[in-house]
Design a binder for this molecule. Structure first.
Ligand code: HPA
Length: 249
């Protein structure tokens, strides 16, 4: 069989992939340490793909402790060319209502103190990747076309604001992010996207809105139970999408 070239990085609500017939799990190590989980090789819609659980298979690794460099390095070593990152997010602007799917096209990075680059030591020369369009246009387009085909009413663009976490944001922080131009907020989009670009992997995000961001809904506080419930609804759509994406790539 052809070596898999598509990986799915699953986030909150997607620590395993139903419908994935597991062929093998590979525990790998990298010069940057251990990835969050073994690489799960499986068959999805007649094609082999690799699945990686970003927060670990038991969902125990918080966003700021994820070894993003090890995760992306492990996928590159495995021969992966395309990564679809699935992520739960908060909705900031009006279209980004709970359970909607969003295919963002831009990022603003508010994270700090994360290991965010491969280009720091033993360099032959200083390297600056282009990041004007942080997501792979080809992969984004595939996702958008499939959403249309499968009648998933996705939001086809938006700016993802990546926060440090693990706490949720204050109302004022969300207001500021909105003024900055953010539509959705999550804690894992960076440095993951930039590391994928550094290793020349095509990377796109399929975000699932889990809750209205702080101060945006009519609830006074954001409850984890609500996030989990809504993500569960949205992930059903993501699974449909991934099953269709695999044969179309
Ligand atoms: N903020 C940050 N990250 C998130 C949220 C949020 O409201 N919901 C899900 N992930």
């Amino acid at each position: 069989m052809k070596m898999p070239d598509l990986a799915i990085v699953g986030g909150t609500g997607l620590t395993a992939l139903n419908g994935l017939e597991i062929i093998q799990e590979k525990v790998v190590s990298t010069p940057y340490g251990e990835p969050s989980s073994p690489l799960v090789y499986g068959q999805l819609a007649d094609r082999e793909v690799v699945f990686l659980a970003r927060h670990g298979q038991k969902h125990t690794i918080p966003p700021h402790r994820i070894n993003y460099r090890a995760n992306i390095w492990a996928l590159k070593q495995a021969g992966i060319k395309h990564i679809v990152a699935v992520a739960a997010v908060g909705g900031i602007t009006t279209e980004m209502s709970p359970a909607r799917i969003v295919i963002p096209d831009q990022i603003i990075d508010y994270t700090s103190s994360r290991q965010h680059t491969y280009f720091e030591d033993n360099l032959a020369q200083v390297t600056h990747i282009d990041f004007t369009s942080p997501y792979d246009p080809f992969l984004r387009d595939q996702l958008i076309q499939l959403c249309r085909k499968t009648a998933i009413n996705a939001v086809e663009q938006g700016t993802y604001g990546a926060t440090q976490g693990p706490r949720l944001e204050t109302r004022a922080e969300i207001s500021r992010m909105e003024r900055d131009g953010c539509d959705i907020v999550g804690m894992t989009g960076m440095p993951e996207a930039a590391l994928a670009r550094e290793l020349e992997l095509g990377y796109a995000t399929c975000a699932v809105v889990a809750n209205w961001a702080a101060g945006k809904g009519d609830q006074a506080i954001i409850e984890m139970a609500e996030i989990e419930r809504t993500v569960g609804l949205g992930m059903g759509k993501v699974r449909t999408l991934l099953e269709q994406l695999v044969p179309s790539l």
